[in-house]
Design a protein around this ligand. Sequence first.
Ligand SMILES: Nc1nc2c(c(=O)[nH]1)N[C@H]1C(S)=C(S)[C@@H](COP(=O)(O)O)O[C@H]1N2
Ligand SMILES: [Mo]
Length: 432
Amino acid sequence: MAGTGWTTVNTRLRQVAGGGLLDRRDFLRLGAGFATIAAAGQMPIAQAQGAASARPAWQRMLGQADLPYGQPSGHEAHVQRHLWDTTPETAGFAGWHSPIQHLRGIITPNGLHFAVHHNGIPDIDPEGHRLIIHGLVERPLSFDLARLLRYPLVSAIRFIECAGNTAANALSPTAMDADAQSLSGQVSCAEWTGIPLRVLLAEAGVKPGARWVVAEGADGGSHARSLPLQKLMDDAVLALYQNGERLRPSQGYPMRLLVPGWEGNVNVKWLHRLEVTDQPAHTKDESGLYTRVLEDGGLLQFAPTMEVKSIITQPSGQQLLPEPGFYEISGLAWSGRGGIRRVEVSGDGGRSWAAAQLQSPVLDKAFTRFSIPWHWTGGRHLLMSRAEDCQGQRQPDRKAWKAQYARHSFNHYNAIQAWRVNRDGRVENHYG
Ligand SMILES: Nc1nc2c(c(=O)[nH]1)N[C@H]1C(S)=C(S)[C@@H](COP(=O)(O)O)O[C@H]1N2
Ligand SMILES: [Mo]
């Protein structure tokens, strides 16, 4: 429990906002002592270094052989993607959520990248796969993978977020008791490597009058979206690699469209066709599910930018704080408009706010990791984070977000997330 360490240490630490938020510099300067504060989990050195017979089994024998393709520790087996939907995996729609509450830093490991499949995962033989560029172009082109791999490749760390991420908070009239993964795990961030689309489009020679490109996937349902030519010329990438290795089948092997900062749905996986046109195609994937219904009944279509958003991942929903004492509040912020300028955290339900530290690197259209030290004295607290991006956009609260849209609209939910820390240390989703 909070031993005597706390009282001495605590008097020398400044609070930067209510609810126990601490000054990070004080904390580091005073060496404020995880050793004293987190004393409960510490083992006496004598015991740790003890006699040979007291050493744990793994220190007394040869270890096991490694594997050709490495696997996480068996002790981390709980860190898994979770399937959110109740329908069978290949029956039209499956959403796999990334365990954001178990991850640190800004990179999502490939096996834990969230995934949305409307038609299951096609089993594509890369030898038989072609990407064609046709329509309003001077030279229709067909590429096989070997040819694409010979182009100069660029890399960028970018997030992808499903338009429907955090839909439960948008739709449920009362705050659903769930973890961060279930509520907001349809977002991930990876280093993507591939060919800038502008290079391939220039090679095909875009004709005057071209304004749109219809991108189609090679999955059974021919997932397709219309994209403004300008965005593709600007920063879209034909991605072939994900965090250094070739794309996972789940992410679009052998190639996908990466459209930085735009809703996940336009990042067409298993890409096999780009048709340059003068107008959008109004495909099934962009005329229904991926629009937003406004409060007055109007439809918001072709508005794919994912707005600024943040979430505290530690501590977060359904986690249990074992005892009062020091904790580092840590979370993720991102914006489809560019970089994150600022994240503020509140420990008292929004009455006061303190600036969190942004950990480097702070990249455009990528996860930014933020943190702030916190002293939990055991009371009931509401933790919140609110981010501001490079264009000065800020997160609305839930009420303001709901006021913009029809009651049943759920895409692009980016309201401030509140977590309630109960007296017993249990953390719960809360509408603040
Ligand atoms: N061909 C194809 N591309 C697709 C989809 C799909 O079902 N088929 N799902 C889309 C949706 S809704 C999202 S949110 C993103 C998710 O990308 P990920 O599965 O790599 O995380 O892929 C998009 N691209
Ligand atoms: Mo999505």
